[in-house]
Design a protein around this ligand. Structure first.
Ligand SMILES: [Cu+2]
Length: 380
């Protein structure tokens, strides 16, 4: 944590005491343009408990009344949620399916919360990268093009040869190590084992390359498939917007509070399957908690038998799991990190079941610790 600059923990604990003007916005604070660069703010001792002054809740520093520009970002978390990229397929002479993708790394500024810009590094222009989806036993071929100004790789979780591991220093002679700007490499391996995996860059400094946005979910379906469901992918991530090795914004699928502004619509009584991946850097654990419901949990998705029936799971970096649940009642049901600090910095959303005209997320959100969108600053 930075000793001199504003950090998000001091922001949480101390910013309320100095009543930072809303108009400055979190981006101003975190980029050191506003009073965040002022030592008086940075040195304000954290209030006991780190959560004083509900009336002056520090997260009011999110730009009031503004929304993230999804068009400028080039992706919308509502669409990312159910967007599975199956690539293109053809049948090999052996009868096996060959599934192919092209992934291009680009440097790109994205908006991770209203008014909060971040110089991201992306796969195919989005964060998280596309959710690649295949079936157990297929041959997979991924052509990776590095159009970024920095060296990158694609490191897939799964079973494959060392030369296809996207690990700098290994198989450099074959081109399977670090992929320099302007270069490309074709990763090829079998889809194994079935389950929920991930891919990410593996160039040092690793935490920075991952935290910039170079990661995505990687689903391998079992040969026999899974039961019909409303499927969605949630990549839990965060953004260190002032590069002090601590995150200022937390989210599912990149945009803080997105699924508060746009609750996830689901049908009552229908099976929902969540592919949940934790790619968060700089914090040792992340978590997922659902209100008013329980889910079956399949860790790493590598078994068809759930291991747990619960309402909260913990994931370390790189951990992932499949959650299955049905909503028996209409209503708005919050889901969030049970690490409350993350929830208050963006990692909060709602499932909306039933007729929206009869529901009100705004009331629910406002009742929850006076989060910023509940005070006329949100989109609800
Ligand atoms: Cu990289």
């Amino acid at each position: 944590m930075s000793e001199n600059g504003i950090s998000r923990r001091r922001l949480l604990g101390g910013a309320a005491a100095v009543a930072a003007p809303v108009a400055i916005g979190l981006g101003g604070l975190l980029n050191g343009r506003g009073p965040g660069a002022d030592s008086a703010l940075a040195e304000t001792p954290p209030a006991s408990g780190g959560h004083a002054g509900h009336g002056d809740f520090p997260h009011a520093t999110f730009a009031a009344g503004a929304a993230v520009d999804h068009g400028a970002n080039g992706f919308n978390p509502t669409e990312v949620l159910r967007d599975f990229d199956y690539g293109t397929t053809r049948r090999l002479a052996s009868g096996r399916v060959l599934r192919e993708w092209e992934i291009v790394a680009h440097d790109r500024e994205i908006e991770v919360a209203p008014g909060v810009k971040y110089e991201a590094w992306t796969y195919n222009g989005r964060v998280p990268g596309p959710t690649l989806r295949a079936r157990e036993g297929e041959r997979l071929r991924v052509r990776f093009v590095n159009a970024s100004e920095h060296p990158h790789t694609m490191h897939f979780h799964g079973i494959h040869r060392a030369g296809m591991d996207g690990m700098p220093g290994i198989a450099e002679l074959g081109g399977g190590g670090q992929v320099e700007p302007g270069e490309s490499f074709v990763y090829e391996f079998d889809a194994s084992p079935f389950g929920l995996h991930l891919y990410h860059c593996h160039v040092a400094p690793l935490a920075s390359h991952i935290a910039r946005g170079l990661y995505g979910a990687f689903v391998i379906d079992p040969k026999q498939g899974r039961p019909e469901a409303d499927e969605m992918v949630m990549v839990m991530n965060g953004f260190d917007t002032n590069f002090d090795l601590a995150n200022e914004v937390y989210a599912v699928n990149t945009v803080g509070f997105h699924y508060v502004n746009e609750p996830i619509r689901v049908e009552r009584g229908k099976l929902v399957r969540v592919y949940l991946v934790n790619t968060l850097e700089y914090d040792p654990v992340n978590s997922f908690h659902i209100h008013g419901n329980f889910f079956q949990h399949y860790p790493t998705g590598t078994s068809l038998t759930p291991s747990d029936y619960t309402d909260t799971i913990i994931q370390g970096q790189g951990q992932r799991g499949i959650l299955e649940l049905e909503f028996p009642f209409d209503g708005d049901y919050m889901f969030h990190a049970h690490v409350s600090e993350f929830a208050e910095l963006g990692w909060t959303g709602f499932f909306r079941v039933g007729d929206p005209s009869r529901l009100s997320s705004a009331a629910a959100a406002a009742a929850y610790c006076e989060l910023p969108w509940g005070k006329g600053g949100g989109q609800l």
